[in-house]
Design a protein around this ligand. Structure first.
Ligand code: COA
Length: 323
């Protein structure tokens, strides 16, 4: 059976680091409050003129280098983003060009903070069906451009960044001990569109709008739907939470990560958390954590890795893969 196996990862963060203390000058908030409620200490913020495609192309280039493959062997680039450079063309095509890839196809996927999990599901379908052999999946975001910097309930939560994985079709036995993506579940329920959204968009206000959300409701949905998505993936593959070597959830808030792990009875020592350093980078957060966790030697070949996410839509899902 053809499986989509991760053969390389990469990341890129903007140079500027913004610590929590910077908010204290303009908002009624404190470093202590932010750390206690979210676990976030700092985030990276893109420079003026530094675009989502710049971050995504650098992350993609590093993933290709780490995979040891030439850019022209990629036959599909999927970019998960909610913050494209422009309304059109797709930011994926700009990244494709910046990477020197001239063949194949490229497109964007918008599922907000579930974007990476959605993109992995699409990539998996292309590979399993034989339509693609090597897919570059990138999560890249510049949420700093859509934040309301006067809203202390949202602007403290997000940061900019990008990360990428290269997936390659490899022939495996067809069991849940295979390497590669074993399950790629995605879900949405549009009745919740108003819980986390922007104040506008192309067709409604002719500008990008600013992000707003009902934080408590999102929190509640996240700690219910993310564990359920992991359980769905485990049930479909005949695995148990004890078999999971690493839980690598969307990095929204340390309390959400802890709540998801607790529901699954997965100890903190099996959770990869990067939210303290990057805040919520939306579609980039899971691949950032995967890259860092594999580079520092925690995620090893053969490990079972569960990546649940939840985002605006609402959208949610879980990629279960063996590294
Ligand atoms: N600093 C200080 N006080 C703040 C604050 C800040 N940055 N943000 C909110 N507050 C205040 C609120 O105004 C409220 O004050 P009030 O009681 O006088 O009205 C108080 O803190 C408690 O607010 P509440 O919303 O109940 O706090 P909370 O514990 O739910 O934490 C979030 C707020 C946003 C951190 C939390 O709801 C959350 O993380 N939600 C999930 C958000 C998320 O991750 N979304 C993206 C998912 S993809």
């Amino acid at each position: 059976m053809r499986r989509a196996v991760v053969i390389g990862t990469g990341m890129h963060l903007p140079e500027r680091v913004m610590p929590n203390s910077e908010f204290e000058a303009t908002l009624e908030t404190s470093h202590e409050w932010i750390v206690e409620r979210t676990g976030i200490h700092q985030r990276h913020i893109a420079a003026e003129g530094e675009l989502t495609s710049d971050l995504g192309a650098k992350a993609g280039a590093q993933a290709l280098k780490n995979a040891g493959i030439a850019p022209e062997t990629i036959d599909l680039v999927i970019l998960a983003t909610t913050t494209p450079d422009d309304t059109m063309p797709s930011t994926a095509t700009k990244i494709q060009h910046k990477l020197g890839i001239t063949g194949g196809a490229a497109f964007d996927v918008n599922a907000a903070c579930s974007g990476f999990v959605y993109a992995m599901s699409v990539a998996n379908s292309f590979i399993v069906s034989g339509m693609a052999k090597r897919v570059l999946v990138i999560g890249a975001e510049t949420y700093s451009r859509i934040l309301d910097w006067s809203d202390r309930g949202t602007c403290i939560l997000f940061g900019d960044g990008a990360a990428a994985v290269v997936l390659e079709a490899q022939e495996q036995k067809g069991t849940s001990d295979d390497r590669g993506i074993l399950f790629a579940g995605i879900h949405s329920d549009g009745q919740y569109t108003g819980l986390l959204a922007t104040t506008g968009g192309v067709s409604s206000t002719m500008n990008a709008g600013k992000l707003f959300m009902f934080g408590k409701d999102i929190f509640r949905h996240a700690v219910a739907k993310m564990p359920a998505a992991v359980e769905e993936a485990l049930a479909a593959t005949g695995k148990h939470a004890d078999d999971v070597n690493w839980l690598v959830p969307h990095q929204a808030n340390m309390r959400i990560l802890a709540g998801v792990a607790q529901k699954l009875h997965i100890g903190e020592d099996r959770v990869i958390a990067t939210v303290s350093q990057h805040a919520n980078t939306s579609a980039a957060s899971i691949p950032l954590a995967l890259h860092l966790g594999s580079q520092d030697g925690r995620i090893k070949q053969g490990h079972l890795v569960a990546c649940p996410a939840l985002g605006a839509g609402l959208t949610w899902g879980c990629t279960l893969l063996r590294w």
